[in-house]
Structure formats: structure tokens, C-alpha cells
Design a binder for this molecule. Structure first.
Ligand code: NIG
Ligand code: FE
Length: 421
């Protein structure tokens, strides 16, 4: 056998999340006393250390001992708004004083406030800040990030945001999945001409985005007072014709049938779902469309309504949990923290939350090479300073990540003192 580029040994417990290893008694495909051999950025060997091919330790180019730590796949944050100009602390203060999020939006604040600041930002400013947030996400164990445009709302600025994402991906060792969200809100100049804005998205923005090959997915904020079901359908059909994957903000504040539309269009996922109905749950559960819930947003908006994740799971839906990091409704870029909110507020188990932020999240982005650890998969993983996997959701608010490995290379190591390794 060819030597490994990197051999990670002495793993007390390896949580593979590999569907092939999953059994009723071991749904996360856990392996005790494990090792992983990596070559060319991929997992070349994975299993119990005792079964490693004989010369592995002598031939490996590099050996890293996990010192008895827990190892799991890098997290996949499948719904973020990473690149934006400015900040909105004043709006946050108004919201804490009781003004609803949608009222602020109707007054020209909210998303449109960030649009003004994003239009005024240079490409370099957007790249600099986006890269800073992405680097910090990496320290929380996140190795793949989806990010949307949506704070330009004109062709030029939407493309500027998407090129900023391209540059962030060059600067930070995180895979970025770019999503076009030109239909995030109606820009102030189109407030009275809403259909004309939808025509602009369909007739100008989407073709420009597709021509540059600068986005993989198309998203829409489908919501009462924002894009209607019909407008959403028109935009997404055009996007699908241009070869983009689909997923969109559906049934967040008011039920509009977004989940059902996602199923009808064969979307990758429907996101938010706080106001989904039993019919919507049945539609998602009987389909291949992932149900992506964003509990950080419910928590941050403080309205106390969480998406019915428990019901979605019990009905058989593929559950995804993402951060929704954005400058208005969820200024939290730590997916591990959001996973903690998910387990306490939505009553999820370890066996439910881990796939929701790894394997299922990758599926919701149409990614086949990340999300779990098995031979041939990308070697994206995290070494955790915890005594057992259950500790991950038990002790919240601490960054348990000791080391992050991306494509087979150590890209971040914590300088905090270790407790368990
Ligand atoms: O995903 N729901 C709509 N869009 C964002 C919020 C964006 C903002 O307030 O800037 C979201 O929650
Ligand atoms: Fe969002």
C-alpha cells in the first residue's frame, strides 16, 4: 500500500457518520480505538487502529496522535449570509425594545439597511470581512460553508458579493458553496414595482450569474410581504433551467406553502419552516427534499417559536440544522453553538443533531464528498477535547475543537489548555 500523507492515530472514539457503518445500535457509525490514514486530501484508510496495515506507522509521511480524543467530520454550515457590508446594532436595540423584525423591514430597515451598506462597500472590504468570519467558523470545526448573496439587489452588487465569496474561498481553507439570492427583498427603488424587480432577477441577474458560473444554488425569501409563492416559483424555474440547484427561505414567519413548493420543484432543501403545517411536513417527509431548520434565528429573534424539528424527524424527513449567520436575524456564526440551541429547544438527541450538521447538511447542498468519514471521502475532520461524543452537546458554550484538518492537512490548532486529551 502507498504510504499515507498523514496518519491520525490514537482516536478513543471516531464518529464516522458513515451511513454504511450505521446500525440500529450504532447509528453514528462510531469506531472505538480508531485511526485514519489520509492521502491526497482524501481518507485512504479508516478503522480500528489494531487493523492498520503493518507498515503504516513506519511509512506514513506524518503521524499525528489524537491522544485519546474524539474525532468527527468537519461541520457543514449549509445556510449562511457570510458576505455583507456594515452592521445593524441599532435595529437590534429596537427589536429588543419590542419592534417586530418584519415591521423594521417594512420601514426600509432590515435587509435594505444592509443592502445600502453592501453597495457602498468595496470588493476588498467584503472579502476581508467574509474571510475573517470564515476563519473563525473554521475554529468552531466548520469546514464547508454555504453562503448567499442577497445584499446587493442589483446585478452589479449581487455579482460583487459572489466574487467576494470566490476570493474568500481562495484565502481560507474552507469549501464555500455560493448561492445567488437576488430575491432576498425588494430594493427600495422597486418597492412600488415589484413585478418589474422579479423580471430583473429572471431576465438579467440570473443569466449573468449563470454565465459567470459564479453560483451553484438559487435561493428566494418566499414570505408574506416579500416574494409570493408565484414569484418564487417563476424565479426558481428559471434558475433550474439555467442549471442551478434550488433551496429557499420557506414558511419562516407565515405559512405560504413554501415546503410544498420545494417538493414540487425538486429543491435540495426548504429552509426555516417555523410556520410549516402538517401538510408541509407530510410533503417534505415523503420526498428527497431536506428540511433545514435554523434555531439560532428563533433564539436570536427571541420570539420563542422554533421549527417543529421533532415532528419533521418523526415523520421521516431528512433534518438539517444550519446557523443562518446574517447581520439581522441571527448574528451567530458558530454552528456548534446553534447545534446546542437545537438540542435544548427542539429536544434533539446526539444521534439526530450530528447528521443534521454534517451528512444531511452536505446532502442539502448536493455535495457527495463531504459530511461523513469513509474511504474516498474528503479528509475534513475535527479533533475534539471531550471524553466522549455525548459531551459535545452536554457542555455548551465551550469551543471543544482542538484541531481542524481540511483536505488531509492540519489547518488550525487551538492554543487553549486541554482537559481531556
Ligand atoms: O435568513 N429571512 C430572511 N433573510 C435572512 C435575514 C437577513 C437580514 O435580516 O439581514 C434570514 O433570516
Ligand atoms: Fe437566511
Amino acid at each position: 500500500m502507498q504510504p499515507f500523507d498523514l496518519l491520525l492515530s490514537d482516536i478513543r472514539e471516531l464518529v464516522t457518520v458513515d451511513p454504511v457503518r450505521a446500525t440500529q445500535d450504532n447509528p453514528l457509525g462510531r469506531i472505538a480505538n480508531a485511526a485514519i490514514g489520509m492521502r491526497d486530501g482524501l481518507v485512504a484508510w479508516i478503522g480500528e487502529q489494531i487493523s492498520l496495515p503493518g507498515d503504516s506507522f513506519t511509512s506514513a509521511k506524518e503521524i499525528l496522535s489524537a491522544h485519546g480524543a474524539v474525532v468527527m467530520p468537519g461541520l457543514v454550515d449549509s445556510h449562511t449570509h457570510l458576505v455583507f457590508g456594515g452592521t445593524r446594532e441599532q435595529e437590534f436595540a429596537r427589536r429588543l425594545a419590542g419592534v417586530p423584525y418584519m415591521q423594521i423591514a417594512q420601514e426600509g430597515g432590515g435587509i435594505n439597511a444592509t443592502v445600502r451598506q453592501t453597495r457602498a462597500s468595496s470588493l476588498d472590504e467584503l472579502v476581508g470581512r467574509g474571510a475573517a468570519w470564515a476563519r473563525e467558523m473554521l475554529t468552531f470545526g466548520v469546514t464547508t460553508v454555504e453562503s448567499k448573496s442577497g445584499y446587493g439587489l442589483d446585478t452589479k452588487t449581487e455579482l460583487k458579493q459572489l466574487s467576494a465569496l470566490e476570493q474568500v474561498a481562495q484565502l481560507v481553507p474552507v469549501d464555500i458553496v455560493p448561492t445567488f439570492l437576488g430575491a432576498h427583498e425588494f430594493p427600495t427603488e422597486y418597492r412600488e414595482r415589484r413585478d418589474a424587480y422579479v423580471d430583473l432577477v429572471i431576465g438579467e441577474m440570473l443569466p449573468a450569474v449563470a454565465e459567470q458560473g459564479i453560483a451553484k444554488i438559487c435561493d428566494v425569501f418566499c414570505e408574506e410581504g416579500v416574494f409570493s409563492i408565484d414569484q418564487t416559483r417563476r424565479i426558481l424555474i428559471k434558475a433550474r433551467d439555467l442549471g442551478l440547484g434550488l433551496r429557499f427561505h420557506a414558511d419562516e414567519f407565515v405559512y405560504t406553502g413554501g415546503a410544498e413548493l420545494a417538493v414540487a420543484l425538486g429543491a435540495l432543501a426548504a429552509d426555516h419552516l417555523t410556520a410549516i403545517t402538517d401538510d408541509g411536513i407530510a410533503a417534505l417527509s415523503g420526498s428527497d427534499v431536506c428540511a433545514c431548520v435554523l434555531p439560532g434565528t428563533s433564539y436570536y429573534l427571541g420570539h420563542g417559536h422554533y421549527a417543529p424539528a421533532r415532528k419533521l424527524l418523526d415523520a421521516g424527513a431528512t433534518l438539517v440544522v444550519a446557523s443562518d449567520f446574517n447581520p439581522g436575524s441571527c448574528v451567530i456564526h458558530n454552528l456548534a453553538m446553534v447545534a446546542g440551541i437545537a438540542v435544548t429547544q427542539m429536544k434533539l438527541t446526539l444521534e439526530e443533531i450530528i447528521p443534521a450538521v454534517t451528512r444531511n447538511a452536505a446532502k442539502s447542498l448536493g455535495l457527495q464528498s463531504v459530511g461523513y468519514l469513509a474511504k474516498g471521502m474528503q479528509a475534513d475532520l475535527q479533533i475534539l477535547d471531550i471524553p466522549k461524543p455525548e459531551y459535545l452537546i452536554y457542555h455548551q458554550g465551550r469551543n471543544h475543537v482542538a484541531t481542524v484538518i481540511k483536505r488531509g492537512q492540519v489547518v488550525w490548532t487551538s492554543s487553549s489548555p486541554k482537559v481531556f486529551i
